[in-house]
Design a protein around this ligand. Structure first.
Ligand SMILES: Nc1ncnc2c1ncn2[C@@H]1O[C@H](COP(=O)(O)OC(=O)[C@@H](N)CCS)[C@@H](O)[C@H]1O
Length: 932
């Protein structure tokens, strides 16, 4: 007999073990994954056993049994029972688990909990037995031993399993001690390292896991498996070994599901027509959605995209499917020093930079299928008039303060210099090329006015310190109004935890007047006499951009923006933007006292990192918006993955290995497989026509289970928990796959008339599930949804999200032409992408010509969270201003000391975030340089 296998194939372990034990000589022929062995099959999986020339066995368990029977017929039904248990219960959870843990080092807890339940059953069954069957060592032992090997031995071993499952331990050790098993391990697992199974594992389709664990309730009772008759005793267990079972469908759920299926369509709302301009409507849920306005001077990376635009896009698409009256506004944030700097760098005017990059941003978001109702920009006359009007309203009501600040002024350029326009000698370590805000050599933060030999970066002249008058928003005076508003919306609205925590910490620390003017040219001009040479600070200006962009969309903008009782505003943004949206902008709106609509819901993400580090434009690390298409992968696949790993409760990472895994397992094997299989079967066997569906009890149960997922999908979406809703979609697809698998319509179709009719019911129900999936998928993967709907010939009234699964494709409906939806991503392609987007390694800090300094930053101490560094830098600068202000006013020493202490704390946090020694950053380390 010949055994064809790829290298390191886990299933080959059981086959080689049993063959050795049975004394069967197998000729092992190593093949590459995808290589063809069987002439009449276009694709098959390894291992393949050629029992005699031209006759093949493709199921590893059947092949194991076949070999074992060669030695002696195994008549015990227990053997079949265990073989089936392995393939139908264990594999669907064990394989995805192994793929995750060996493939990307990330075990999935949900799967693990399920595996543990199965191990517990197995342990119970082994009580008083040496092997699984009473008749002794059989194929069942080899099948289970082979499958469990990477979980119970080697690098990825499940910690503590021996003490939890003592019977398994005895059995497994007995198996491992068999010379046959030892030989199999030597042949399959290179150097005993189970990591050598990775390549083969990743190249196989992953068996379909059980329905999503959302629907699996933790309970002390275990559903008794009919076949196994396993009875698990209630025992005190460690927390992670909780026993779980699927919550049984109730009678009420069943009745509701059947009613909805039969009669629900008439109750479904009709899909909305999208007619511009969209304005609030009486008696409707009017939702105003904003996405943070990305800076125009940068190409957005995938973190920016998931942090604001893509998340807001998914939510607004969902709102439309629910029939809410929603308007989604975004655009580019165009003013500020960064734009001026970029203009100098590219030898263009700031306006030219804005035009160039606004076009680039627009193209990127178009490629990603971001469907804003209007994508505008902040450099418009509407921005000027609205921002100035708001300013006057604040000014006239006494919410604007005046104060002076010391700043460097370049007489030659006739301008005050922002920090990034100054360089000089570091006052702390005497490094000559220090920047205006930080020294690249000692890494410490500096105030530009403290630099020795300061130079204007633009003309190299020496600037002078000049006191300049600025305008401040009186946040302390506005605090009571803000607090009242927050008390209300924290209760009634949807605020992500980080949005609440960041906002509360700002308020807890006490609000301070916030400077809203800058000595710059590129910005909205301050209209107040004596200040007209200044512009508004970008963070005062940018959120007002939401209003002016709406004003560019429709001259009836006030219907959205001066309608606080009838409009629900959702802000989508990354965590660093929170204080500006939850404190400063609401204070601005409330202080203007002009009936402005103020934020009710704030949906802030954490950060998305790239692989093990961060996105970096300067080093070219990570995928930037304009590069995603260079991979040749469709935008929908990026959308899917970004939403799958959306950083909701903590920072997450874009990982190419995981990208491959999610594409090949979730999209290709689960979703794509289910939809294509159903549609193709209906086309090939029923002329593509939906058949009469005579529902059996199990079908009704399926409807009820789908309704559970659907309702959880809606509940998650309503709270903008976008990451979980995508899992509900995958769970519905999994339910559909299992339904097809257990009913086998392809067998039924060849049987009696009754069987054929059952086959028609099964596939027609499955195709209706595919139709439901096409709608639920729309917010996430709009193009794929459209493709599925073209193939299904979906009636347009299907396009609503309703709380119950209704039959939208009735008997007689004819579908279109099916074709596969997703492509497999090969591991070699992923390696290519990894190289393509790796960028340059983190540079050593810049030093004097020829001099090398030690890297004390990110490269040395692990990944740096860029945005956190930016946020802390801003905090340090802010606090620095407070300290300086107090000192210049000769405030009480104790007051100054307390503010200095806060500043030092912030500096330490910043140093930590930058991967530096916090003590050194605040001058606690050994001093080398001498302060002048
Ligand atoms: N790594 C990241 N992960 C998630 N979200 C992120 C990440 N980095 C930034 N962001 C968010 O992206 C948007 C846009 O950021 P940008 O710096 O271009 O613009 C601004 O912050 C302001 N122009 C916004 C004015 S309203 C933002 O929400 C970041 O938090």
């Amino acid at each position: 007999m010949k055994l064809y296998t790829d290298k390191g194939n886990l299933n080959t372990l059981k086959l080689l073990g049993v063959a050795e034990e049975s004394g069967i000589n197998l000729e092992v022929i190593e093949k590459k994954h995808g290589e063809k062995v069987v002439p009449y099959l276009s694709a098959h999986l390894f291992p393949v056993l050629e029992v005699y020339p031209g006759k093949f066995l493709f199921s590893p368990n059947s092949a194991t049994r076949y070999i074992s029977n060669k030695k002696a017929e195994e008549t015990d039904t227990d053997v079949d029972r265990w073989l089936e248990w392995e393939s139908s219960q264990l594999q669907p959870v064990l394989y995805p688990y192994l793929v995750n843990v060996i493939g990307s080092g990330k075990p999935e807890t949900g799967l693990l909990i399920h595996i543990q339940t199965l191990l517990k059953s197995l342990n119970g069954e082994l009580k008083g037995k040496k092997f699984l069957s009473e008749i002794g060592l059989t194929a069942a032992d080899f099948v289970l031993w082979g499958a469990l090997y990477p979980l119970l031995a080697g690098k990825f071993v499940l910690k503590g399993w021996e003490s939890l499952y003592p019977k398994i331990k005895t059995w497994f050790n007995t198996m491992c001690d068999l010379p046959s098993c030892q030989k199999a391990v030597t042949l399959v697992i290179t150097n005993g390292d189970t990591a050598s199974l990775k390549e083969s594992l990743l190249s196989q389709p992953v068996p379909l896991p059980l329905p999503h664990l959302k629907n699996i309730e933790k309970t002390e009772k275990v559903k008794v498996d009919d076949k196994l008759k396993v009875k698990v005793e209630k025992a005190a267990e460690p927390e992670e070994i909780q026993v779980i079972s699927q919550k049984a469908v109730t009678k009420e759920e069943l009745t509701a599901a059947v009613n909805a299926w039969n009669f629900g369509k008439s109750k479904c709302p009709k899909p909305q027509q999208r007619k511009h301009p969209i304005l609030p409507k009486e008696g409707q849920r009017n939702i105003l959605i904003t996405s943070a306005l990305p800076y125009v001077n940068n190409v957005p990376h995938l973190g920016n995209i998931i942090g604001c635009l893509l998340s807001a896009d998914v939510f607004s698409r969902y709102c439309r499917l629910r029939g809410y009256n929603c308007l989604y506004i975004c655009g580019t944030d165009e003013y500020g020093t960064a734009t001026e700097t970029k203009a100098i760098e590219e030898k263009l005017t700031p306006q030219q930079i804005c035009d160039k990059y606004n076009k680039l941003h627009t193209e990127i978001y178009d490629w990603f299928n971001i469907d804003c109702d209007y994508f505008g920009r902040t450099t418009t006359k509407e921005q000027t008039s609205i921002a100035q009007d708001i300013f006057w309203k604040l000014y006239n009501q006494g919410y604007i303060l005046k104060d002076s600040i010391d700043q460097l002024h370049c007489t030659a350029c006739d301008r005050f210099l922002a920090d990034r326009f100054v360089e000089g000698t570091c006052p702390l370590c005497a490094y000559e090329d220090a920047r205006g805000d930080q020294c690249d050599k000692c890494g410490k933060l500096i105030n530009a006015v403290d630099l020795c030999n300061p130079k204007c970066k633009l003309c190299k002249a020496t600037p002078v310190i000049k006191s300049t008058q600025h305008l401040f928003l009186d946040l302390p005076k506005l605090e009571p109004q803000l607090q009242k508003h927050l008390d209300k919306v924290f209760k009634s609205g949807t605020w992500t935890n980080n949005a609440k925590v960041i906002t509360s910490s700002w308020i807890r620390d006490g609000l301070k007047p916030r400077c809203i003017s800058r000595d710059l040219k590129w910005g909205t001009q301050v209209p107040l006499s004596g200040y007209t040479d200044k512009v508004f600070y970008v963070w005062f200006d940018a959120p007002i951009g939401y209003i002016s962009i709406t004003a560019n969309y429709t001259d009836q903008w006030e219907k959205w923006w001066k309608n606080p009782d009838k409009v629900d505003m959702y802000n989508f943004l990354g965590k660093d933007n929170v204080p500006f949206h939850s404190v400063i902008f609401p204070c601005t709106m409330l202080g203007a006292n002009d009936n402005y609509t103020v934020v009710k819901h704030m949906i802030a993400t954490e950060y998305l990192n790239y692989e093990d580090g961060k996105f970096s434009k300067s080093r070219g690390t990570g995928v930037f918006g304009n590069q995603a298409k260079d991979t040749g992968l469709p935008a929908d696949i990026f959308r899917f993955y970004l939403l799958y790993v959306r950083p909701e409760s903590q920072d997450s990472s874009f990982s190419w290995d995981d990208f491959l895994l999610k594409n090949n397992s979730e999209l290709l094997n689960n979703l794509g497989n289910f939809i294509n299989r159903g549609l193709k079967f209906l086309s090939d066997n029923f002329g593509g026509v939906i058949q009469e569906m005579n529902l059996r009890d199990e079908d009704k149960e399926l409807l009820a289970l789908i309704n559970r997922e659907l309702q959880t999908y809606i509940d998650n979406m309503e709270q903008a928990i976008l990451r979980d809703s995508i899992r509900n979609i995958m769970s519905i697809s999994r339910l559909g796959n299992q339904f097809m698998q257990s009913n086998k319509p392809w067998v039924l179709v060849k049987g009696s008339a009754e069987d054929k009719s059952r086959s028609g019911t099964v596939v027609s129900l499955a195709v209706n599930i595919a139709n439901l999936l096409s709608v639920l998928l729309q917010p996430y993967m709009p193009e794929t949804s459209q493709t599925i709907q073209r193939q299904l010939n979906t009636p347009s009234d299907s396009n609503v999200v309703y709380r119950e699964f209704v039959c939208h494709l009735p008997p007689g409906h004819k579908i279109g032409k099916p074709s596969p939806l997703f492509q497999k991503i090969e591991a070699c392609k992923i390696e290519e992408f990894k190289k393509m987007f790796a960028g340059q390694p983190a540079p050593e800090t810049k030093a004097k010509k020829g001099e090398k300094t030690a890297v004390s930053g990110p490269a040395a101490n692990g990944p740096v969270n860029n945005a956190e560094v930016e946020r802390l830098t801003d905090e340090v600068t802010k606090q620095g201003l407070v300290v300086r202000d107090l000192k210049s006013k000769k405030a009480e020493k104790s007051v100054i000391d307390s503010e200095v202490a806060k500043l030092l704390d912030l500096k330490k946090s910043l140093a930590l975030a930058q991967g530096q020694n916090p003590q050194e950053a605040v001058g606690g380390g050994k001093k080398k340089g001498k302060k002048k």
